[in-house]
Design a protein around this ligand. Structure first.
Ligand code: CAA
Length: 381
């Protein structure tokens, strides 16, 4: 496996790093405190091509590879994981699904504005009683001839209130279980659609997470993504790629916290010398850097497999499982290196520690990744 980055990939990484420093760092603490969506910053990310990074240029995207996406996600997440999750959901859960399964008309109408960053998308699978157990969809899409009648509630939807276009999984034929699920493209202005309560979250507080309500929403047949009954497959294959984005987000949270801890360890003195000269701190830094490197390699491996059009479900689940664990461990240690300063807002690491936790939960908990991994291993031989 070749991990030498191309000139283009390095340029993307540097552009994301610069953007994060210039545009995301100012007010990141205030946005977190006020649970304020980074609307202006997301608009600029769209103008720079970060909202449809892997979408072909003919549909308004940047036509880049997944490795570039991982590099950008790491850089953005080092500074602001609330902004990076918006980028991740739009890129890997919405644009990718539309590109892979959409008709030409759907791509023109929905994918193009999403990839250009003119509008934001959301991916709606989770329900009050169907989180990890995603086949148990209660939302229904009754076939009424030329439209589906959509009823139900979705929970914990990232971009819930900021999105205009929603990919909604719903059960059409209960008898067929997961093979009776459809994925519908729902527009925000469709009658019967309503945005519910905003969640008050521990971390990624700048991103907006809402419940959504669908009451007799008439969704035209031409808004079904893929063939009849393909919705669950669409959701699962989309999440395989989404997990690369979240793994890269976890990696960025970890490396952001590590960089802060390293800097602080050179500045802060105790017992007559900079604290990194104490082995207790130096060993922590060594462990943090090693884990981050291992997580980065798993992310890049998954991305390279996807770019090479090989199976990446196992690699993406491994990358997400490990990188999210590293994010928790490294951010906790970064707080420890900072001592009392690590526990207060202005030193950033406490926010990164809070942000890290969600990477072990969304787009499949760590336990779900272990199911995906173990099943893949058991069917391999
Ligand atoms: N890739 C491709 N196909 C998959 C798959 C994967 N990773 N996982 C399951 N499938 C397919 C299976 O092959 C099977 O297909 P067939 O019937 O054609 O053989 C079908 O899906 C059903 O699979 P199972 O029989 O294994 O179903 P299960 O109920 O035992 O388990 C599960 C499925 C893996 C646990 C699945 O429900 C799952 O991944 N759950 C987690 C859901 C999740 O990640 N939710 C996140 C919400 S989105 C989000 O968080 C976005 C955000 O806001 C940031």
């Amino acid at each position: 496996m070749n991990f030498t980055l191309t000139e283009e990939q390095m340029a993307v990484r540097d552009a994301a790093r610069e953007f994060a420093q210039k545009e995301l760092l100012p007010e990141v603490i205030e946005r977190d405190e006020e649970q304020r969506f980074p609307a202006e910053q997301i608009k600029k990310l769209g103008e720079l091509g970060f909202m449809g990074m892997m979408t072909p240029t003919q549909y308004g995207g940047s036509g880049m590879d997944t490795v570039s996406y991982v590099l950008a996600m790491e850089e953005l997440s080092k500074i602001d994981a609330s902004a990076s999750v918006v980028v991740s959901v739009n890129n890997s859960l919405v644009c990718w699904a539309l590109e892979k399964y959409g008709t030409e008309a759907q791509k023109q109408k929905y994918l193009t504005p999403l990839a250009k960053g003119e509008v934001i998308g959301a991916f709606c699978l989770s329900e009050p009683e169907a989180g990890s157990d995603a086949t148990s969809q209660r939302t229904t899409a009754v076939d009424k001839g030329d439209y589906y009648l959509l009823n139900g509630t979705k929970n914990w939807i990232t971009n819930g209130n900021s999105a205009s276009i929603y990919l909604v999984m719903a059960q059409t034929d209960v008898e067929k279980r997961h093979k009776g699920i459809n994925c519908l493209i729902v527009e925000r202005n469709m009658e019967g659609f309503a945005v519910g309560k905003k969640e008050q979250k521990m971390g990624i507080r700048g991103s907006d997470t809402h419940s959504l309500m669908f009451t007799d929403v008439k969704v035209p047949k031409e808004n079904r993504l893929g063939v009849d009954g393909e919705g669950f497959k669409i959701a699962m294959t989309t999440l395989n790629g989404g997990r690369i984005g979240i793994a890269a987000q976890a990696l960025g949270i970890a490396s952001g916290a590590y960089e802060l801890a390293l800097k602080y360890s050179k500045e802060r003195k105790s017992f007559g010398k900079p604290i990194h000269e104490h082995q207790a701190i130096a060993f922590k830094l060594a462990d943090m850097a090693t884990k981050i490197e291992a997580a980065r390699l798993l992310c890049l491996k998954a991305a390279q497999l996807k770019d090479a059009k090989q199976d990446y479900a196992l690699a993406s689940a491994m990358a997400k499982l490990y990188a999210s664990q590293v994010a928790m461990e490294v951010t906790t240690e970064a707080v420890q290196v900072h001592g009392g300063y690590g526990y207060v807002r202005e030193f950033h690491v406490e926010r990164l520690m809070r942000d890290a936790k969600i990477t072990q939960i969304y787009e499949g908990t760590s336990e779900i990744q272990k199911i995906v991994i173990s099943r893949a291993l058991l069917t391999e031989n």
